[in-house]
Write a protein that binds this ligand. Structure first.
Ligand code: CP3
Length: 360
């Protein structure tokens, strides 16, 4: 029998059901701003060894929940484990971000790209999911995740992080069908991967499309959104009678939030360049919204942080369907004490936006 959740506010908000206060979690909540994270990473040796060790990945997943009153845990892993499992050879160079030793450079490589067996190649991830579920013991739900095929594709083709995406944009201009073939292979793999996370115990899943905003609207629909749509269509949306909500997050989506809301997902992540009031107009109550405080506010004073929390809550306004979060990941320079100020403010100020609101 599945353990009943002690706190299901996050899942209820994603399904736009009434809640007594706005639930919250923080993108990159397990990460370098926490000294205990840095200690566990040092114990593992490096970032990829941390991802590859289910016990230590479970430990860092739990760390932010011990400090803060958060309403969801997120699996500790990375979006680039998928292309690593496809044989591209991922490594992280300190201070330089991710690098692939075998980036996609030729049409032959795309045609030969194999869909990996998740049960063997990514078993370390599903083992971490099972372990985290056991450790959480129903305290809060666990979010599984993957990158969008477009975003993962940028790393596969560029060979690492990029600002302007010259190689993948060149491929898009010259051989769009070949790019579609590459992204389709990633989409199939990602669907299998997220279903394996769901089977192992993920109670919601989120697709991170960090670089979708670098595309023109028509290219966004063709290369990014269409592939997220394939994933949404292929996911197991119900386990033991419980719906598994799906969250899509394209950074810089703006008005394209309206198109994203039609995929059949349950919720959309919103960055800070679109107000939640405007996002609500774009999506017309079709989906819940997650976001969107500007991460850099966390380096300001308590007064500024509290004011920003108040503005985000007011911008969404009354009623269910909001999950409080940052508009992108928390950065390593943030003082953990400032995160507590934000969390306390959400707990204190959000009940006023809900019928029968209560803070706890
Ligand atoms: O939110 C969480 O706490 C879960 C863990 C998580 C990580 N990466 C851990 C991580 C999640 C959800 C991600 C997603 C991810 N990874 C994205 C999409 C989300 C986003 O932030 O836009 C992207 C683009 C990546 C790829 C990636 N991973 C890059 C470009 C880098 C290096 C840049 C950086 O931030 O340093 C990573 C490394 C990474 N992933 C770290 C963490 C905690 C830092 C590595 C370290 O500890 O040395």
């Amino acid at each position: 029998m599945p353990v009943a959740l002690k706190n299901d506010l996050f899942l209820r908000a994603l399904m736009r059901q009434p809640v007594p206060r706005t639930p919250m979690w923080i993108m990159r909540q397990a990460g370098r701003y926490l000294p205990e994270y840095r200690a566990t990473r040092a114990q593992a040796g490096d970032f990829m060894s941390l991802c590859g060790n289910p016990e230590l990945a479970c430990e860092v997943t739990m760390q932010p929940l011990r400090r803060y009153r958060l309403d969801a845990a997120i699996l500790f892993s990375d979006i680039l484990t998928v292309p690593d499992a496809m044989g591209l050879g991922l490594h992280f160079e300190t201070g330089e971000g991710p690098k692939f030793s075998k980036p996609i450079r030729t049409a032959a490589q795309i045609k030969q790209l194999a869909i990996p067996d998740i049960g063997t190649e990514l078993k370390y991830v599903t083992d971490a999911v099972s372990l985290i579920r056991r450790e959480l013991d129903g305290m809060v739900p666990l979010i599984g995740f993957a990158g969008s095929p477009w975003t993962v594709g940028t790393y596969m083709v560029e060979g690492g992080s990029s600002r302007e995406f010259p190689r993948i944009k060149g491929l898009m201009a010259e051989q769009p069908a070949l790019l579609e073939q590459l992204l389709d292979t990633v989409a199939v793999t990602t669907t299998n991967y997220l279903n394996a996370q769901i089977e192992a115990g993920a109670q919601a899943v989120m697709i991170f499309d960090t670089w979708g905003g670098a595309l023109e609207p028509d290219d966004y629909r063709r290369f990014s959104l269409a592939n997220m749509q394939k994933i949404v269509d292929g996911l197991d949306r119900e386990v033991d009678g419980q719906r598994i909500p799906v969250v899509l997050f394209t950074k810089g989506a703006g008005p394209l939030l309206a198109d994203m809301a039609e995929t059949g997902c349950d919720a959309l992540g919103v960055d800070w360049t679109t107000s939640l009031a405007q996002a609500r107009e774009f999506v017309q109550d079709r989906v819940a919204l997650q976001g969107n405080m500007m991460p850099s506010i966390l380096s300001e004073s308590a007064e500024v942080i509290e004011k920003s929390v108040a503005e985000v809550l007011a911008s969404y306004g009354r009623g269910p369907g909001h999950v409080f979060n940052l508009g992108h990941g928390i950065t390593p320079d943030i003082d953990p004490a400032n995160v507590e100020i934000m969390v306390d403010a959400v707990h204190r100020l959000s009940p006023a936006y809900h019928d029968q609101g209560t803070s706890d």
